[in-house]
Write a protein that binds this ligand. Structure first.
Ligand SMILES: [Zn+2]
Length: 133
């Protein structure tokens, strides 16, 4: 019986503290390289710094508006399934947009609503299948 058989391989094993093929994207801040607010088409097109692209309809954005008023409205709907729509979401339009710091966009809507601040991570997560829902 050879006592050394099978031990040599272990010695040559490489120890790498971090895998270069790590799929964690969390250490790279996602920044839009290009932001297009298309008022005519009512959509937002974002070219991200990792080469991906988001194409988001404003009508979808309003439905997930993160502001306190919209959130509580959606909370009420969850408690009471009867929906009294004050407006037709299909007719709401974005009339303007501005950057908030360098992390978010704030939209103005045709009904005067402008308190929703959509940060870039949130916008990215809307169409990123890896981040789930
Ligand atoms: Zn809102």
């Amino acid at each position: 019986m050879d006592e050394t058989t099978g031990t040599i391989g272990l010695v040559e094993q490489e120890l790498t503290p971090e895998s270069p093929h790590s799929r964690e994207p969390s250490d790279i801040p996602l920044i839009p390289r290009d932001l297009k607010v298309k008022l005519k088409e009512q959509r937002l097109i974002i070219e991200w710094n990792d080469g991906r692209r988001s194409d988001i309809l404003f009508s979808d954005l309003r439905r997930v508006c993160p502001c306190a008023a919209c959130r509580s409205e959606r909370g009420e709907q969850a408690k009471n399934p009867l929906r009294i729509l004050k407006y037709d979401p299909g007719q709401l339009r974005v009339t303007g947009a501005r950057l908030v710091g360098n992390y978010a966009i704030q939209f103005s809507w045709s009904d005067g609503h402008d308190t929703g601040i959509f940060d870039f991570r949130f916008l990215r997560s809307l169409q990123d299948p890896e981040s789930g829902s």
